[in-house]
Design a protein. Structure first.
Length: 76
């Protein structure tokens, strides 16, 4: 099964803090919807660009994408 990484981009001097906080909301959504998602996190790409992400199986991606509206995605 192919897995996809759904990504939210944050820019600016507070990007890291915002991405870390967004990860908390992603965890809340996963718990609320009782999803079996275990790969979730945030990453600093530069001083002014950070991402929050989660990894889902391709077969369940569409409803999660539609509900959470990630900025982009890529094959994991």
């Amino acid at each position: 099964m192919r897995r996809l990484k759904l990504i939210w981009d944050f820019y600016g001097p507070d990007a890291s803090k915002i991405a870390e906080h967004h990860k908390i909301h992603l965890k809340e959504y996963i718990q609320l919807e009782k999803l079996e998602i275990t790969i979730i996190g945030f990453e600093n790409l530069s001083d002014s660009h950070a991402i929050a992400f989660l990894v889902v199986n391709e077969n369940v991606m569409k409803p999660i994408r539609d509900a959470l509206k990630p900025h982009r995605g890529q094959v994991y």
